[in-house]
Design a protein around this ligand. Structure first.
Ligand code: GDP
Ligand code: MG
Length: 222
């Protein structure tokens, strides 16, 4: 028991990127297994936690900070990323402008993180893969950008849940320098569904405890 407690880690993961790219949806999918097709702009910061287990029975409490899209221009962004173990930059594959802004996000992040004691793991996420028919950002562009800026690279759909927990687990594993076996990643592949969730499943913003999910909390800091 004492040994288990000793091994439990708290990691801070910051999710940023343009407004409407799907940051909040990824957090809600990861923390609560829910999806809301309506758009509610995140003002300030939302905050989620979920406990995950990595290979080797390593328990991790992931504290996920969902940064409002407007925050790149905010004086708070340096405080949000301070002490982060991982930073995820999200864009919408159906919106090339959101990919163009990834450069600004990554440049800003690298400048802010220069003074940090340890540089967090950085990840690039192309979200909304369920809308592949409307894709505007080529796979090659994404791959080249991730390679050039030394970012981990992912594709997700918050709507179907595809690769969402795999994203957070792989970022956490990279922070912890734990190798994720392929079998572990394959578990995360979720078949595409027409309707992912019902509206009443979606928690309202604000300090909320989700019934029946003891390992998850959601709160909002304005
Ligand atoms: N089809 C589809 N829609 C998504 C996905 N992720 C988010 N959305 C929708 O995109 C809009 C913006 O999502 P949101 O998470 O609020 O974006 P944020 O501003 O980056 O936090 C909402 O209408 C979501 O329902 C996805 O993976 N697929
Ligand atoms: Mg949001």
């Amino acid at each position: 028991m004492a040994d288990d407690q000793h091994r439990e880690q708290l990691l801070k993961i910051v999710v940023c990127g343009d407004g409407a790219s799907g940051k909040t949806s990824l957090c809600l999918r990861f923390a609560n297994e829910t999806f809301d097709s309506d758009y509610h702009q995140t003002l300030g910061l939302d905050f989620f936690t979920r406990r995950i287990i990595l290979p080797g029975e390593v328990g991790i409490n992931l504290q996920v900070w969902d940064v409002g899209g407007q925050s790149i221009a905010s004086s708070m962004i340096d405080k949000y990323v301070h002490g982060a173990d991982g930073v995820i930059v999200v864009y919408d594959i159906t919106n090339s402008a959101s990919f163009d802004d990834v450069l600004e996000w990554v440049t800003t992040l690298k400048r802010l993180l220069k003074g940090e004691e340890s540089i967090p793991v950085l990840a690039l996420v192309g979200n909304k893969t369920d809308l592949d028919a409307k894709r505007q950002v080529k796979l090659e562009k994404h791959a080249a950008f991730a390679h050039e800026h030394e970012l981990m690279s992912f594709y997700t759909s918050a709507r179907t849940g595809d690769s969402v927990s795999s994203l957070f687990k792989q970022v956490a594993a990279q922070v912890m320098k734990i190798v994720m076996p392929k079998a572990e990643l394959d578990k995360e592949i979720v078949p595409i569904m027409a309707e992912a969730t019902m509206a009443q499943d979606v928690p309202r913003r604000g300090a909320t405890r989700i019934a029946g999910q003891n390992n998850t909390t959601v709160c909002c800091i304005m």
